[in-house]
Unconditional design. Sequence first.
Length: 256
Amino acid sequence: MSRYYLYVFALAAPLALGACTTDLISQEGSAGGYKAFEAVKAGDAILNRPGPADNATAARYYKKAAVLGGSWGQYKYANMLLDGKGVPQNKAAAADYYAKAAEQDNAWAQLRLGEMYSDGNGVTKDSARALELLTKSAAQKNAWAQFRLGEIYLDGTGTPKNVDRGVKNLTLSADQDNQWAQLRLGKLYVDGTGVKKDVSRGQKYLEQSAKQGNAFAQVALANLIYSTDPNRAKELLQTAAKAGDKTAIKRLREIK
């Protein structure tokens, strides 16, 4: 697993936590669906309050929604179980709730369960199942699933390597402003790894990722432009260094 991928879900989880729960809205016609909708709203409200997070109370609301059959309740309760927030950590139970939500075409649940199968995290590693779930999520335009599929196809992880599919999925993700997809594409085009070398295109993707504060992209971009624009390169490295990037700190020492 690449060093920057460790940051992906730390960024993705808050987005998913506050995602628009359109499936819950569509369930309002039934008493159970409406109750699930209200329970998820209550859990979200608790986590969004100022001060220390009351994970235990939020988890109770999400569990209530999950038992009522709401896919977002199932997904969010699974998150709590997977991370051990508000409830004892139970990865097997998390996988079960993700599976229930995934069966209702919840793209985020498909993504998280696909990740679990891909990594063998709490479940028996199953690359074929992971690919199936991630493909379903990506088909719903989930940028993180598109990114992960791109990584899998480019690296040939649990499936035959397919650069075309990898680049296609990364591009779809990058077009939704996924900074990690932009970073990977930028480096691919700059290096010409598996694709026709296109430094201008690669720089464009690195610029987009760096603009979002991605320290790895800032370092890669700085290295790319240092010979032509050393002042800006140093500024990029300084920004990355302030974020704690060790490569940027080392590079700054080298060029002083």
